[in-house]
Design a protein around this ligand. Structure first.
Ligand code: AMP
Length: 419
């Protein structure tokens, strides 16, 4: 495996898998260019070292070829602006024109392929199957797309001399451009700078954590983070569980949670997690009291209740001062912090206080020398919205990919480069 910094790009064409799945307005203008910005250092590195660049990405979830609402052609001006040079748009990712443009690419030039997901082969899943298709028909369609996927990958690989994966947002997908293509470059594949940073952040918390290690897990549902919590129980010293998911733990212990969010069917899992935490010596810290509302709106009246005694017509919506006091002590004494998920309904300003305070504590701990990683799902939106993104050690760009990494799963996009 090569490092991007030690590879010789002179006269080489690099095909880079980027995550340019950016939001567009109804005129096709990019409304948030964070993801393009994140890939610029890698693109510049190849160009400055005398190579040329072929960019490939998906955009949205098109169901067929040529659905122009999802054309990457729309984002060319945004890339050109950030890169400060022209970008040649290939108009397709297959076809003679794409191949010819790649062949004729000169050092210092950049081309962009059309949306990879215009082709079912990118994901390797059959399309257009009738709802009532039989099992045999489904199997035949799957076999057909897998067969044509090989040609798709071969074709993409033929455009370039080396492959760079810089798309952490899709690292948990075993797709043509994130996984299969790497096999065509056994000696010429590497991570881009963004991927290198994400991989390092994962290693910093999951393999090389300094102790005490604290994970703060919030968000809405236990069910979506069960794997995350279970994997962390073997690694952390403190596990703070807040937000909507906390109420399932309280109800499972016989608490009265009013109309707070909860999942009855997850109560046995919650009790099992509590038991396991005890056995493993993990300090599991739940809320002790909650700021509640009478309905799910910003202007609903607010009242704080003991977490085990929330009245029937109230629902817990934010962390209370008492809970935050406990969590502050834990967070400030930590050397490694992983934060995933808000501890309240942070989208409603009147219930954002708890999440804001957590961001503040994590920032303070970081300033005191702790390593802090914020990632997965909504937590990035929370720290960004609350203005703390540059006060923590690392904010991950990949929600789903980071969650799967924290669950302990091998991400195909990372494995393919390391294999
Ligand atoms: P997740 O995507 O699982 O990280 O969940 C994030 C969502 O959890 C956000 O939209 C929050 O509004 C929501 N959330 C956090 N705490 C609560 C709560 N006490 N009640 C309802 N929703 C919550």
């Amino acid at each position: 495996m090569f490092k991007i910094d030690s590879y010789d790009f002179k006269g080489k064409r690099a095909i880079i898998r980027v995550d340019f799945n950016v939001p567009l307005d109804d005129k096709g203008q990019v409304t948030d260019d964070t993801r393009i910005r994140a890939a610029i250092p890698t693109i510049r590195k190849v160009l400055d070292a005398g190579g040329s660049v072929i960019l490939m990405s998906h955009l949205g979830r098109p169901k067929k070829n040529n659905d122009m609402k999802y054309s990457l052609g729309q984002i060319v001006p945004a890339i050109e602006k950030l890169l400060g040079k022209p970008v040649i748009f290939a108009g397709d990712c297959m076809g003679e024109k794409a191949a010819e443009t790649a062949r004729n690419l000169k050092p210092g030039e950049v081309m962009l392929l059309e949306n990879l997901r215009f082709y079912a082969e990118e994901e390797g899943k059959p399309r257009g199957l009738a709802e009532d298709a039989s099992e045999e028909e489904k199997a035949a369609a799957k076999k057909a797309v897998k067969a044509s996927q090989k040609e798709f990958v071969k074709r993409l690989a033929s455009y370039a001399d080396c492959y760079i994966n810089d798309a952490f947002g899709t690292a948990h997908r075993k797709h043509a451009s994130t996984y299969l293509i790497a096999k065509h470059f056994p000696n010429d594949k590497m991570f881009g700078y963004l991927m290198e940073k994400e991989v390092k952040a994962i290693e910093n918390v999951l393999q090389n954590a300094q102790h005490p290690f604290t994970a703060i897990i919030g968000g809405s549902k236990v069910s979506s983070k069960l794997g995350v919590i279970k994997n962390l129980l073997d690694k952390v010293d403190n596990l703070i569980i807040g937000g909507g998911m906390g109420y399932t733990f309280i109800k499972a212990q016989g608490g009265h949670i009013g109309k707070s969010l909860h999942e009855d069917e997850l109560m046995p899992d919650a009790l099992e997690i509590m038991k396991e935490a005890k056995e493993k010596g993990v300090n599991l810290s739940l809320s002790v009291a909650t700021v509640s509302g009478q309905e799910f709106s910003n202007d609903t009246p607010r009242k704080t209740f003991d977490i085990f005694n929330i009245p029937d017509d109230w629902e817990g919506m934010d962390a209370s001062e008492a809970s935050l006091e406990n969590w502050k002590k834990i967070i400030l004494a930590s050397k490694t912090i992983l934060w995933n998920g808000p501890v309240g309904v942070f989208e409603l300003p009147n219930f954002a206080h708890g999440t804001e305070k957590i961001a503040e504590f994590v920032a303070e701990a970081t300033q005191n020398g702790a390593y802090s990683l914020v990632g997965g799902g909504d937590s990035v939106a929370a720290v960004t919205k609350l203005g703390f993104a540059d006060k923590v050690s690392y904010v991950s760009t990949g929600g789903g990919a980071m969650l799967e990494a924290i669950e302990g799963k091998d991400l195909p996009g990372i494995a393919a480069i390391r294999e």
